[in-house]
Design a protein around this ligand. Sequence first.
Ligand SMILES: Cc1cc2nc3c(=O)[nH]c(=O)nc-3n(C[C@H](O)[C@H](O)[C@H](O)COP(=O)(O)OP(=O)(O)OC[C@H]3O[C@@H](n4cnc5c(N)ncnc54)[C@H](O)[C@@H]3O)c2cc1C
Ligand code: SF4
Length: 477
Amino acid sequence: MADANQKFVTVPHAGPAKAAASERVRDFDEIYASFRVAEGTSQSSRCAQCGVPFCQSGCPLQNNIPDWLRLASEGRIEEAWRLSEATSAMPEICGRICPQDRLCEGACTLEQAGWETVTIGSVEKWLGDQAFDNGWISPLRPLTELGRSIGIIGAGPAGLAAADRLRSAGYAVTIYDRHDRAGGLLTYGIPGFKLEKHVVARRVDRLIEGGVKFRLNTDIGKDIAFDDLRGAHDAVLVATGVYQARRLSAPGCGSNGVVAALDYLIASNRKGFGDAVAAYDDGPLNAESKRVVVIGGGDTAMDCVRTAVRQGATSVTCVYRRDRDNMPGSARETTNAEEEGVRFEWLAAPKAVLGGSDGVTGLRAARMALSAPTLDGRWTVEEAPGGEFDLPADLIIEALGFEPENLPVIFDADDLAVTDWKTLRVAAHGFATTLPGVFAAGDIVRGASLVVWAVRQGQDAAAEIDQWLRNQDSVAA
Ligand SMILES: Cc1cc2nc3c(=O)[nH]c(=O)nc-3n(C[C@H](O)[C@H](O)[C@H](O)COP(=O)(O)OP(=O)(O)OC[C@H]3O[C@@H](n4cnc5c(N)ncnc54)[C@H](O)[C@@H]3O)c2cc1C
Ligand code: SF4
């Protein structure tokens, strides 16, 4: 049989169909379609099957990418899916929202050699969608019940991935979350045009059907004391994410009309679910007919500008203090925002919020200049003299990043050690916190990061918890 691979010379790189900007801004649906079967197999066949797969090293989950691309290119789609789900608890979600240009696809040998990367993320999404459509998703059915229970605080990707692995191993798993829906930022942060909510819900449903218990609307530290939770389970995983928003410090920043990015995105996502959201219906968290300025250059800022476009803002401007090459957000999402009509003020930093008691009227910004590269390859910036300018605005959204909440205080647990960045301190090369039987994973360990890293840490923390409990059993025996 002729090799179905290494077709990169004859098969050009092609992504899945993408909705035109003028069409897609009318709703919150995902903008990329899933591949059709012929497209998925043909794009998979471009893989060079490198002896040393750099794509795999570029993927935080170390997915067996060349192997599932080979199987897909040969039309063995279900087998390709089985391989992709072996290393990831949610391949179809990572395939949708990983910044592949910085991870697997950025490391792809073809990309490095000027042939354009294999569309790894889109193939991964397609395999997952095929699996759900064709009933290939295996139910969560532990071979045995171990009679031990794990409490997980946080139903974001780290908590869900850990629950998947722990329940499969036979543990009774309860996930506690202060929100009314599971999914963490997959549900209430990331907008539907990147990740439709039914894609998250079907993953949660699989866990529920497999016996994982969800206790939603339950704030640990408030509704249930952390110590009581520890007493109720054999081990606890803290996967609470990072939610302390960095706020603007400039004259006028507390004015009506200046809002935090996550408040804005949660309101929009809630509207998408059909919830009544007073602060949206009354106006403060609704961009309709407003001139909107978003401050920041990360994924959150990109999600805010594109949400504002869809809500019917009259203009949307993103203000970021570095330039396009030095922004932390995904280049793909910035391009999507530009196509949708967002204007970017690169090298600009907020100086003051303009307006009065009736609300904001604009943002005064200073022109910045790149000065010197830092160790992480980004550039520091300094104010360029005489470069102040005003941007008109009725709504200013602060998307300046997140820090961890003060968990030792919230949990009333002085012995729960944190790092200088207020993330939870865990053992080197592991996930054990300074409290026996308490582990941590996801953003609360890494700081604001990526879904794929949360999944990786959730899975690895589950393996460590399993080992820890087994060691305890053998000591007790
Ligand atoms: C707007 C936005 C867009 C993003 N876009 C992308 C993207 O495109 N691609 C990407 O890879 N990453 C993206 N990220 C980052 C990604 O969402 C996070 O890295 C990831 O969700 C972290 O997962 P987690 O499970 O650690 O935490 P989270 O997803 O934050 O989940 C934590 C959960 O813990 C719950 N919780 C917290 N404290 C308590 C408590 N005391 N009691 C009970 N429950 C509690 C919270 O309600 C939440 O549900 C984005 C982030 C934001 C904010
Ligand atoms: S999980 Fe993310 S980085 Fe890994 S192969 Fe999938 S899209 Fe690429």
